[in-house]
Write a protein that binds this ligand. Structure first.
Ligand code: HEC
Ligand code: HEC
Length: 409
């Protein structure tokens, strides 16, 4: 059932914000800045609603389905790690919207990362990556981190000592031989296939291609008024209200954050805020300050996307919130009242009744996209014992009515 009186993509934030100057294509403004050519031209089939402007594809790494497919095999391959035990998918599991369910993940040598593993979905629309890294602006660059970093921990633990061995294993694998030639058809079949020129661009293409636009919230924006329950609709109004202020930061309807960019919009924006999510911000979790040393950046983290949020517990940069209800409680206090400078105007604190909390949870849970977490194209392509793709693990918590994150206890 469609209903022309309810919000659609682009309109949502425009309705929610007093001003829509940040948004390209605000409906109601005269002459949108949408460049339809650029917005919809891609040789890759993005398979997303037509009203969504495409994400930026880097000039030196345009999307192709062959690179996406190669990237998918690599994403699920533990051979790309020092001990042969860690793949991207160890910390980014499809059934958890590509998060891992732990407070902190561990790398190939068992060291614990100081920050929570991030969910991946619609990252192609992000302007910066990681919890607090204004300097990491492309997926290609981000992906070098888990592969090669030694700080804060070695994740995959690939170094000068083992990289040649790992690359030669990939080159020797008959599955990869086919995938590499398909992904890089202009290159010689005997190319010295390597991380920089081949594997990283393919991993980035796979991650960029992980799109989530089929949640009840999306269906609602696309015109199905029945896609949201009455409670979730009330929750959406609360989310967007001046009283709660959520949409001042979680504002863009593609990503639910203010860290975003797209083809129609040539000024990537990434905003970082101190929301008082913890009482004390300690090294190495002092936010953007860790990178800049500028005291005004103390405790500032990137506004997180809320897509599939009911599947990605625990929450916050340090996984210190076990539930969505905990997060709501922290916001309602105006942040934990510790020794920090919170963005007070934007996180003013508020009081909610239990019914209102239930409504807000219902809205947050309407961002769960079951198509995304069960899409076989995103699943593990490697064969199981019977030769079938390992595929996708089901997650019963995709059903909000049984997911404890969605109920107030
Ligand atoms: C040991 C666990 C672990 C492994 C393995 C891992 N990641 Fe991550 N990933 C994380 C953590 C933790 C973060 C957040 C890092 C930070 O902010 O310091 C993250 C962040 C990301 C982000 C940024 C998302 C965003 O919203 O900014 C992307 C993209 C990503 N990982 C992709 C990958 C890929 C591709 C691989 C494989 C090459 C991989 N990760 C391997 C734990 C892991
Ligand atoms: C001032 C900007 C701002 C406002 C206002 C804001 N958020 Fe956030 N949100 C953030 C930032 C920044 C983070 C990451 C904070 C951290 O990890 O320390 C975040 C994280 C979250 C998370 C956890 C995400 C994750 O993956 O762990 C949830 C859930 C959330 N916000 C919901 C809300 C709700 C609901 C509201 C309204 C009551 C709201 N936010 C208001 C900026 C904001």
């Amino acid at each position: 059932m469609t209903d022309s009186s309810h919000p659609h993509y682009h309109q949502l934030a425009a309705l929610l914000l007093a001003s829509c100057s940040l948004l390209a294509g605000c409906v109601g403004s005269s002459g949108t800045s949408l460049d339809d050519e650029g917005a919809s031209a891609s040789s890759y089939d993005w398979d997303i609603p037509a009203s969504i402007p495409l994400p930026v594809e880097p000039d030196d790494n345009p999307m192709t389905s062959a690179k996406f497919e190669l990237g998918r095999y690599l994403f699920y391959d533990t051979r790309l790690s020092a001990n042969g035990d860690i793949a991207c998918a160890s910390c980014h599991k499809q059934e958890l919207a590509f998060s891992d369910g732990n407070q902190f993940p561990s790398g190939t040598y068992g060291d614990m990362h100081p920050r929570n593993a991030m969910s991946l979905g619609n990252t192609g629309w992000f302007a910066t990556f990681n919890w607090a890294r204004p300097d990491v602006t492309t997926l290609e660059e981000q992906i070098r981190g888990p592969l090669f970093n030694t700080s804060p921990i070695p994740e995959h633990g690939i170094t000068d000592d083992n990289i040649e061995l790992i690359e030669s294993e990939v080159r020797a694998d008959s599955t990869y031989q086919v995938l590499l030639i398909a992904a890089y058809p202009d290159e010689d079949a005997n190319s010295q296939w390597n991380f920089d020129d081949h594997l990283i661009p393919a991993l980035a293409s796979f991650v960029r291609g992980l799109t989530s636009f089929d949640s009840p919230f999306d269906q609602y924006l696309l015109g199905d008024s029945d896609a949201l329950s009455a409670s979730a609709k009330r929750g959406l109004s609360l989310f967007a209200s001046e009283r709660l202020e959520c949409t001042h930061c979680h504002l863009d309807d593609f990503t639910l954050t203010d860290n975003h960019m797209n083809r129609t919009w040539n000024y990537p924006t990434s905003n970082f805020h101190n929301t008082g999510s913890v009482l004390v911000y300690e090294e190495p979790n002092r936010g953007v300050y860790e990178v800049t040393g500028n005291s005004s950046h103390f405790g500032q983290f990137r506004t997180m996307s809320l897509r599939n949020i009911a599947l990605t517990a625990p929450y916050s940069h340090d996984g210190s919130h076990a539930t969505l209800a905990d997060i709501i409680d922290t916001y309602s206090q105006g942040g934990k009242q510790g020794d920090y400078s919170v963005d007070g105007d934007l996180s003013p604190g508020f009081t909610l009744t239990d019914d209102e909390k239930t409504d807000l949870l219902a809205f947050l849970c309407s961002l769960t996209d079951t198509t995304f977490i069960s899409n076989p194209d995103y699943g593990n392509p490697w064969p199981d014992e019977d030769g079938n793709p390992i595929g996708v693990t089901e997650n019963p918590l995709a059903d909000a009515s049984v997911n404890p994150q969605c109920q107030l206890d």
